[in-house]
Design a binder for this molecule. Structure first.
Ligand SMILES: C[S@@+](CC[C@H](N)C(=O)[O-])C[C@H]1O[C@@H](n2cnc3c(N)ncnc32)[C@H](O)[C@@H]1O
Length: 196
């Protein structure tokens, strides 16, 4: 490998949101930092699940201010096929055309965070997949995200793989091992930036 991306290990607390495959506590904010997006940037959350629930607790002062937020930006968009989660966008992200429609309607998107089901076994825990929808692969999500992002825009994806990426149009920024404690599986958070 000619270029070694930034590497790190994040040891985070177990998820606080009750949803199968939920992000570890604190993950969203760190992930957002690595894709270079602030509170006012528009991040597209792919396979969003219950991302909207990652908020400060009731009564927490300044929970929606620029200096105090848990990774959820004011102009973010959530995308999931499960309409019961009330995402902003309901579509199958295995379909490349859906990505094109989304960026046409929302050209302000600056970054992408994705958390697809990790394996076929994991996918069987989601209503949409047991109802027939395919599981999007990490490789396809990275390619589709790079295609819609502006040059300099980044996609970060949590998975059990180290995804491939389109080398002529993107560069690899970071690959992080994400752990939540002994006896739990580890996951990989990989970040790529569009270059051309
Ligand atoms: C690992 S969960 C995401 C959990 C999320 N990170 C959280 O903390 O709540 C994966 C999500 O992918 C969605 N999904 C699965 N297949 C999909 C598809 N083909 N298109 C869009 N969403 C899909 C599922 O409905 C599920 O909410």
């Amino acid at each position: 490998m000619s270029f070694r991306p930034f590497t790190d290990t994040w040891i985070l607390a177990r998820p606080k949101v009750r949803y199968f495959g939920a992000y570890p506590a604190g993950f969203l904010l760190k992930a957002r930092d690595l894709i270079g997006c602030g509170y006012g940037d528009s991040v597209l959350h792919v396979c969003a699940g219950r991302v909207r629930d990652y908020k400060c607790g009731p009564g927490c002062p300044g929970s929606n201010s620029v200096t105090h937020f848990h990774g959820q930006g004011e102009y973010d968009l959530t995308w999931d096929l499960d309409r019961s989660l009330k995402p902003d966008l309901i579509a199958d992200d295995c379909e490349s055309s859906a990505w094109g429609s989304i960026i046409t309607a929302h050209p302000q998107i600056q970054g992408v965070l994705a958390d697809p089901p990790y394996t076929d076994w994991y996918a069987q825990h989601y209503l949409v997949n047991t109802s027939g929808a395919q599981r999007p692969t990490p490789n396809s999500i990275v390619t589709n995200a790079i295609n819609i992002l502006p040059v300099g825009g980044r996609v970060g994806i949590l998975s059990m793989e180290w995804p491939r990426y389109p080398k002529t149009r993107a560069r690899q920024i970071a690959v992080v091992h994400v752990l939540v404690g002994n006896g739990n599986i580890g996951r990989t958070f990989a970040v790529y930036e569009r270059t051309g």
